[in-house]
Design a protein around this ligand. Structure first.
Ligand code: GDP
Length: 367
């Protein structure tokens, strides 16, 4: 039958098809009188929130709902994939509510990078992207850096209101919230779930005081992220786990770099110069001549140029190139979800290739 089953924890409609989507419970558990979704199960037994993702429509519903409340919004972005993890249009949805912008995964950046400089850079980017945050912070949910300060600052800024944490999938929202739970409470069962008004979506509330809560909203899928084009194993390779070691290449015009078989960077025109690659340390960079690059990719993608592996290469979208001319100062060419290449040569022309559907962009250098 098609009878709908609801989770006893949060009320979400149960499904057994997709582990990463909201309301998942294994098929074997559906026989029981009381079915609990995986997310609530983890919460109940391990005091740990689990990552779930939403469709665009449901996410918009939540955002609209938040706009009608009096709340502080915490917007989490992945500092390693700033544009790719940006939620466009948030300012419009949150109404008059103040937004705090938090860059996560600060542990990935080289230690030499000054946090102050990075925060200024984030402020500039936010402005360009149409967001006016009341404050900008940097944290590492995984390592704990900056968490305590962020919690203090959030508590000041909320002025007695609820706090909503929003972010797209993969920014590290669950890790961040779990860190807050650990650091903030240490008490069992402090978390509750509740329905979001007007939807059947479960949200997670972590009490801040007797009346107010920190609310975890599900993450939205950002369709331009590289993460959607690679398998689980390959995602591990391209997701940096620790401090990125910049890799510097001296290139002449007419030389090409392949980042595994996932992306490609051509130095089309300009003086011999150095190019700094900020990518997962585990991702191989292969240098070749531009004139041979097409041929090399055709022959060796999936074997010499991995990931994607031999099995995945057949379904992998073709690489599409976009040319950029470097204007002034240090400039990053960003391969969304993969990393970036810093170019420091006004007048140079470069071409960046990514799988069709993935975002590539140019920005003022972050480092
Ligand atoms: P969510 O989808 O936003 O809930 O993200 P998760 O918390 O599941 O994290 C997504 C990925 O980013 C995982 O591979 C995490 O290990 C990683 N991650 C999360 N927070 C951090 C962090 O502070 N530093 C680093 N280096 N990785 C992180």
């Amino acid at each position: 039958t098609n009878e709908e089953i609801s989770c006893i924890g949060c009320g979400v409609t149960i499904q057994s098809e997709d582990k990463n989507k909201i309301g998942y419970a294994p098929a074997s558990s559906l026989e029981k009188d009381q079915v609990i979704c995986q997310r609530c199960f983890r919460l109940k037994h391990y005091n740990e929130v689990q990552d779930v993702s939403l469709t665009d429509d449901d996410f918009l519903k939540i955002l609209n709902g938040i706009g009608q409340k009096d709340a502080l919004i915490v917007k989490l972005v992945d500092i390693f994939d700033f544009n790719g993890s940006w939620l466009p249009g948030l300012q419009r949805f949150v109404g008059k509510n103040p937004v705090v912008l938090i860059g996560n995964k600060s542990d990935l950046l080289p230690k030499s990078v000054k946090h102050k400089k990075l925060i200024d850079w984030m402020k500039g980017m936010a402005k360009e992207l149409g967001l006016q945050p009341v404050d900008v912070m940097l944290v590492s949910g995984a390592k704990g850096q900056g968490i305590e300060d962020a919690m203090k600052r959030i508590d000041e800024l909320r002025e007695g209101r609820d706090v909503y944490v929003v972010g797209c999938t993969n920014v590290g929202k669950s890790t961040f919230i779990n860190r807050i739970i650990k650091q903030g409470s240490g008490v069992e069962n402090v978390i509750t779930t509740s329905h979001f008004p007007g939807t059947t979506l479960d949200i997670i509330e972590i009490p801040l005081d007797d009346e107010r809560a920190l609310v975890d909203t599900p993450g939205i899928i950002n369709h331009h992220q590289m993460a959607h084009f690679v398998g689980k194993q390959d995602l591990k390779t391209i997701t940096p786990k620790k401090e990125i070691k910049p890799r510097v290449f001296q290139l002449n015009a007419g030389q090409t770099l392949f980042f595994g078989g996932l992306a490609r960077f051509d130095f089309v025109q300009g003086e011999r110069n150095s190019f700094t690659c900020y990518l997962s340390n585990e991702l191989d960079i292969h240098r070749t001549k531009l004139e041979k690059a097409d041929e090399l990719y055709k022959k060796h993608a999936g074997e010499l140029l991995v990931p994607p592996g031999p099995k995945d290469i057949e379904d992998f979208p073709p690489l599409v190139g976009q040319e950029f001319s470097i204007k002034e100062g240090k400039t990053d060419i960003v391969f969304s979800g993969l990393g970036w290449v810093t170019v420091n040569q006004p007048g140079a022309i470069v071409k960046a290739y990514v799988p069709k559907g993935v975002q590539v962009s140019i920005r003022k250098s972050l480092i």
